[in-house]
Design a protein. Sequence first.
Length: 282
Amino acid sequence: MWGMVSRRSAWLIPAIMLIAGAAAWAAGHERTLRRWAQYEPEMQDPVADPPDAWQEAEFAVGRLRFRSPADSFRFSSFHGFQAGKRHWGADANKADRIFSQALRRLTRIDVRSVEQIVDINSDEMYDWPWMLALSIGDWQLNDSEVEHLRDYLDRGGFLMVDDFHGQREWQAFAEGIARIVPNSTIIELKTGDPIFHTVYDLDELVPVSRRDRRREGSDEQGETIPRWRGVVDEKGRIQVAICFNQEVGDSWEKADDPKYPEQLSSLGLQMGVNYALYAMTH
């Protein structure tokens, strides 16, 4: 009897290994089919691709992929040090996809269901007229990247930045802008500005933050009062829309979270829609 059991086990082990190998291959194959699988380890909140993820459209939400000295790394016994969560991937890619759905439903724009990840030093940047950058407060730019962004904005590109806080992060962001757009003018946006009325009339600037409250005063990082700012060109057109001390991306990412205030999600989506339509019409 023992010999029979042993002989059967000898067949069983290779069979289990074969099944396990097939399952691993299938999982790896499924991962390669996902549109941005190679960047998912760097994202804060990656989600499964929708069925039409590979279907092209006239417009896609561009997500700027940049470097930060605070980017994390993790160690793999097989591959050594690999990039882990990175600042560019804040709220990605769930926020991008919920916003893409909203833009598709609330406007007549032919919007792709998934984002377009654009490396900051890639010429591919010029193919996407609207880009989003989160946690931009400590971006690290070399001369080539500065030149790419300057050229992008000069050609009519639009950048929305969000989710950075305090004077230290503002200073780092502003220094980057000064290199990208020399002698740039950063203005405080007002409720009467066209960018707040392209689709939705936002007659009151209500902060979009992680919590349903206004953040006032200052803390150890410096100023925390929400600001709506913009970098404008010589004609007064906004090239960079700045959501400072705010978290609009959170309002998109958490739009399906019952614990997050619906009013803030709605407001955040309306702001995004206005910014996207402004970029296409001005």
